[in-house]
Design a protein around this ligand. Sequence first.
Ligand code: FCB
Length: 447
Amino acid sequence: MVNKQFPPDFLWGVSTSAYQIEGAWNEEGKGESIWDRYSHQPNHILNNGNGDIACDHYHSMPQDVALLKELGVKSYRFSVSWSRVLPLGFGEKNQKGLDFYKKLVDELLSVNIKPFITLYHWDLPQALQDRGGWVNRDTVSHFTDYANLIFSSLADRVDMWATHNEPRVVSFIGYGNATMAPGIADFSKSYQVTHHLLLAHGSTVQEYRKNGYHGDIGIVLDSEHSFPASFHPEDLLAWQRYYEQDTGIFTDALFLGKYPDLLMNWIGPMQPEIKPGDMEIIREPIDFLGINYYRGMEVSFHQTGGYLKCKTRHETLPMWGYTEMGWGIHPKGLLMVLKNLKERYGDIPLVISESGCATRDIGDEAGYVDDQERIDYLRMHFESGWHAIQSGINLKGYYVWSLMDNFEWSQGYSPRFGLVRVNYDSLGRIPKKSFYWYQNVISKNGF
Ligand code: FCB
């Protein structure tokens, strides 16, 4: 029996990203990206892993689409590798790279799966990084040109687009924390990077509209469920700074056309340079907002908590626990994140563009994984999605991260997020128990 039924056109999907699955890092004309460069340097990635081969999706794409078909998803979210189609990030295009994505789209459409393309999932062409990367305002127009190239090749058959995936990670972890590419430990650059990422987003949305494409275009942000550790004013303010850096800096710019005052005053001279007209471009209306949701986070004031003076603690309850990433499982937080967005910015169509967990995932002799923990995690989070819909939130779809185990950035191949197990020696794929559970949810459109 199905207790929790979803709307008839609900988009059940899975997500991946180019660098995490494709491999073929230097094949058929692909240029170097910042993730190639970063992961080839020692001690950046756990066990010195890299995405040179990853899941070898570039060579096994049809087999992976067959898995998607078997799973029964309505939609598949993937990203395009910018340096695969434009090896230097601008100028000469690489037709073979473009052909790969055309073939992928054709395969998906032939089995009735709606492609959802992310234009930028963190893998800037290295040649653009060498010219200053996202600190350089020229990268904005290079991105818009790249987007136009992809639109002109695919927008006749693809009608769901995200400009960026989680720009926060680029701004504050690629820069600032520097535990991701390009690994530049300088927070004073983070805000200019944020501004340029958002400007690239806005000008791409404008191009999409100007060229008369009729699909939906939006952006994907990550949002934790964060909250203050106490009602003490210092904790409340620390939380507000944290929230504004985590989410508000992006959402206020996108929907209100301004950066949050409290954070801007706090960072003082690190504020970005904004040219006249920029905020109007950033505020160009979008068709949907994608939210990647993984965890709960408690925030308190702390003198030694960096320049934001915030201390964080992964928040969960004993009955939920932590994932293999050490992330606090907090299914109700998802509902709160969605409610908060609606309260602040109105009735924007929302999509959960990523949600999932890394679990211990030990395979049996045949490689089959009984990942009941993942099923429990997904069920509880789907439940929050269902409650969101019941309470009038305009939630259009839910994409599980991820189709298959893959290269988890600085953590390498250690965390396994997939519904499908990947054997990294043979590159074989074996669906886990959660794959069949999700297949059943999709076929019943509920659970
Ligand atoms: C998100 C990323 C995605 C993946 C998951 C686990 O922040 O968008 O690429 O790494 O986390």
